[in-house]
Write a protein that binds this ligand. Structure first.
Ligand code: UDX
Length: 435
């Protein structure tokens, strides 16, 4: 089957490459000529494990193409995926759909035979219906259907998530569109991957509900962590103790500095705002957003407290800047709140991250970056672990202690525990563990 993917950002590129791996012929199109040029030269603009070889293999096999011409991409395509950005609109948190609608209106000119237009970008409920309305003004309605096929890809594990998903969700009207979507996902359906065929609005809600539910689990366990610290309990044991109940499940109960990334913060805010427009107050999700925002700043206070009540004139070593490991993505990373809050109180920041420093340099100021952890720690008054990169799990603690001015460790991901570091003479502050 021949398909087009509009937008070569994270979602578009991963989806396009994976569909070509299924054996389909995929053309990815983007307005950014520089990006297409780089892709044509075999350069992958994002860091995602395994994506470079997947793109190269399918490109060489003649199944994966890149172009700036929407016309060429649409030629013979039976389905076209819209994977352009839907950022938070400045000021009100609504999803900004201008790129989605611009793509839709542009592609109408190239639809000559029956085509399924599929939204892959996360779009608020009602967007599919709006796309249909706009296209109906430009095209005969027998020429197209509009489907919603949300993605559930985690950065750093996106290829695995696409190839072996827990489920595929497809929101469509009519058998014709269902046949096209079934053919597209045939390799997965042969593997008995569960599929939810439903109407478009339901699929759109599923995407937001999934992300909001996961974000809720995180804010929930983070609040439990605060309680644990006050009462002498251990949040990791609490996660285990509740997670063994199959109705709760053990995933996404890791307490930390708050969730970040390109999805949870944006999608939870957008859900609150779009539900508001339908007169439905999302009180739980609103609290989840609020708890998360406050949490990031509270982490800076945790550092101040660990430093004896003041960081003025102190050198703080930060290990990990990205919102999670195995990505270079800094979007809405807790480090973006924690670091400026510490700087405001007079701290000097030295930092190291295996992949995120280039992006961080555009978003943060007055940081001395290092190319490895130990020089970052030299002469520091405290070390703060913000992201749980694997290489921070096996630090030579004796060497760290010798290098630091004062051995204070604030471990916002519970990579270590008091028992691990006390023997080396560290004072240790973790998350949700008062001991
Ligand atoms: C998420 C969803 O998992 C994915 O299905 C969706 O399509 C896009 O958003 P991603 O943003 O890549 O994926 O990251 P994820 O691994 O889900 O983590 C999000 C944030 O939550 C990170 O900041 C992470 O550190 C935090 N988190 C996650 C926790 O603090 N605790 C947890 O237990 C899990």
């Amino acid at each position: 089957m021949k398909i087009a993917v509009i937008g070569t950002g994270y979602v578009g590129l991963v989806s396009g490459a994976c569909f070509s791996e299924f054996g389909h012929t995929v053309t990815c199109v983007d307005k950014d000529a520089g990006k297409i040029e780089r892709l044509l030269a075999g350069e992958i603009p994002i860091y995602e494990p395994g994506l470079d070889s997947l793109v190269a293999r399918n490109n060489q096999a003649g199944r994966l193409f890149f172009t700036t011409s929407l016309k060429d991409a649409m030629d013979g395509a039976q389905a076209v995926f819209i994977a352009v950005g839907t950022p938070s609109r400045r000021g009100d948190g609504h999803a900004d759909l201008q790129y989605v609608f611009a793509a839709v209106e542009e592609l109408a000119a190239y639809i000559k035979s029956y085509t399924v237009i599929v939204t892959k970008s996360t779009v608020p409920v009602g967007t599919g219906a709006e796309i249909k309305k706009r296209l109906s003004a430009l095209l005969d309605t027998s020429l197209f259907d509009v489907a919603s096929n949300p993605e559930f890809l985690r950065e750093g594990a996106a290829i695995e998530d696409f190839m072996r998903p827990d489920r595929v969700v497809v929101g469509i009207e009519g058998e014709k569109a269902k046949a096209v979507m079934s053919e597209l996902y045939r390799p997965l359906f042969l593997n008995e991957t569960p599929v939810v065929f439903t109407n478009r609005e339901t699929a759109e809600v599923i995407k937001y509900a999934a992300n909001a539910f996961l974000a809720t689990k995180i804010s929930f366990i983070n609040e439990m962590a605060d309680l644990c610290e006050q009462v002498g309990a251990d949040v990791q044991q609490v996660s285990k103790g509740i997670g063994l109940d199959k109705r709760i499940g053990n995933k996404f109960l890791h307490a930390g500095p708050g969730y970040g990334g390109s999805c949870f913060p944006k999608d939870t805010r957008a859900l609150v705002h779009s539900a508001d427009t339908y007169g439905v107050p999302m009180q739980i999700v609103r609290s989840v957003v609020d708890v998360n925002e406050k949490r990031k700043l509270a982490m800076a206070e945790k550092v101040v407290k660990a430093c004896g009540g003041s960081v003025t004139g102190k050198r703080i070593a930060i290990l990990g800047l990205t919102f999670k490991p195995n990505t270079d993505d800094m979007r809405e990373s807790p480090s973006l709140d924690i670091i400026p809050a510490l700087q405001k109180q007079g701290a000097t920041i030295h930092a190291y991250d295996p992949k995120g420093m280039e992006e961080a340099a555009h978003m943060l100021t007055d940081i001395t970056f290092h190319d490895e952890p130990y020089s970052t720690l030299a002469g520091a008054d405290a070390v703060v672990i913000i992201t749980e990169w694997n290489q921070f799990r096996a630090l030579d603690l004796a060497r760290v202690k010798d290098l630091m001015k004062t051995p204070v460790m604030v471990d916002l991901r519970n990579v270590y525990g008091l028992a691990d570091v006390a023997a080396y003479g560290f004072s240790y502050t973790g998350i949700g563990r008062a001991f």
